[in-house]
Design a protein around this ligand. Structure first.
Ligand SMILES: [Zn+2]
Length: 294
C-alpha cells in the first residue's frame, strides 16, 4: 500500500476553511487523503455577524467562542487543524486606518512565515491551497496568508532557510482558491431567476468589473456530494454565519446541479500536469510520496 497523499489548506481566520474549499477537503479526507488546515490567526477581531449570536457574553469571549466553533467545524469536515498563533488584524474601515500593533498583517514576512514553514516541514504536504495575492478579498490577514503560503512553498524545501524549524520538505503544487468568480455567480444567478426563485446576486454581479481573470481557473474539483458537509461546517461557525443570510440563499440542490465543483488556480507546480485538471493531485505519483513523520 502506498503512503497517503497529504493536503494542507492555509487560512487566515477560523471559518475561512469552511467557506473556501471545504467540500474539496471533505471529499479528499473521505478518499483517504490526510488534510491539515493551518489557521494563521485566532479570529479575535471578527465581529459577530449572526444577529442571534450577538450577545454580550459571546462578544466578551469571542476568542474562546471561535476556538470552540473551529473545533466543531474540524470534526464535521474530518480534517486536522492547528492555529499558527497570530492575532487577527481586523478589517480596517479605510485605507488610512492603522493596523493594531502586533497583529498578523504587520509582522515581518520571515516572522509571519516561520510557524507555517515549521508546519510544512512536519506535516509534509504534497499540495498546498491558499488565497491569491489579493487575498480573495482585501482583508489584510488574507493578503498576508497568501504571502506566508508562497514563502513557505518556496522556502520549506531549502535546508539553508528557516533553521531550527525541522527537516526540509518541498511541496509539489500550490493552488489559489477561486470560488468567488463572476462566472460562477452568474450561472447561479441565472438558474435561480429561471426557476422563479429570485436571485440575491444582481447588484453584486452588476458591480463586478468585466476584466480577464488575473488567476484563471485551471482546476475544477467535483465535490457537489460534499456540499452538505461544507454547509454544516460553515454553520458550526455560528458567530460568523447567519443561517438566514447570503451563504444559504441559493438552494444546495441547485448548486449541486449548476456548479458542482470547487475551483482553483494552479499557481506553482513542480510536477508535469495537463490543464485543465479535475484533481489537485494530478501529476503526483506514488514515487513522490514518502511517509510523513509525525
Ligand atoms: Zn477571513
Amino acid at each position: 500500500m502506498s503512503a497517503p497523499l497529504r493536503l494542507m489548506a492555509v487560512h487566515a481566520h477560523p471559518d475561512d476553511e469552511s467557506s473556501k474549499g471545504a467540500a474539496t477537503m471533505a471529499r479528499y479526507v473521505r478518499e483517504g487523503v490526510e488534510v491539515l488546515v493551518c489557521t494563521c490567526t485566532g479570529g479575535e477581531r471578527g465581529s459577530v455577524l449572526n444577529p442571534k449570536m450577538d450577545r454580550p457574553e459571546i462578544v466578551a469571549n469571542i476568542g474562546e467562542v471561535r476556538r470552540a466553533e473551529m473545533s466543531r467545524a474540524r470534526e464535521i469536515l474530518g480534517v486536522e487543524q492547528r492555529f499558527l498563533g497570530f492575532v487577527d488584524s481586523g478589517l480596517p474601515e479605510s485605507e488610512e486606518e492603522e493596523l493594531p500593533e502586533g497583529c498578523f498583517a504587520v509582522q515581518k514576512l520571515e516572522d509571519a512565515a516561520a510557524p507555517l514553514v515549521a508546519a510544512v516541514r512536519e506535516f509534509r504536504p504534497h499540495v498546498i491551497i491558499t488565497y491569491d495575492d489579493d487575498g480573495g478579498y482585501p482583508h489584510p490577514d488574507h493578503i498576508m496568508t497568501n504571502k506566508v503560503s508562497v514563502e513557505a512553498f518556496e522556502a520549506a524545501g531549502d535546508p539553508d532557510r528557516y533553521p531550527g524549524t525541522g527537516d526540509p520538505w518541498q511541496p509539489l503544487k500550490l493552488y489559489y482558491h477561486m470560488g468567488f468568480t463572476k462566472e460562477r455567480f452568474e450561472a447561479l444567478h441565472e438558474a435561480m431567476n429561471s426557476r422563479g426563485l429570485g436571485s440575491p446576486y444582481s447588484d453584486w454581479i452588476a458591480r463586478w468589473e468585466d476584466r480577464p481573470a488575473k488567476w484563471p481557473v485551471t482546476t475544477r474539483v467535483p465535490c457537489g456530494d460534499y456540499f452538505q458537509i461544507r454547509d454544516d461546517a460553515l454553520l458550526a461557525h455560528a458567530t460568523q454565519v447567519d443561517p438566514e443570510g447570503f451563504w444559504f440563499v441559493c438552494p444546495r440542490e441547485l448548486q449541486q446541479e449548476i456548479w458542482p465543483t470547487e475551483d482553483y488556480h494552479l499557481a506553482r507546480s513542480l510536477v508535469d500536469t495537463e490543464l485543465p485538471e479535475d484533481d489537485l493531485f494530478t501529476g503526483i505519483h506514488a514515487e513522490d510520496v514518502s511517509p510523513a513523520c509525525h
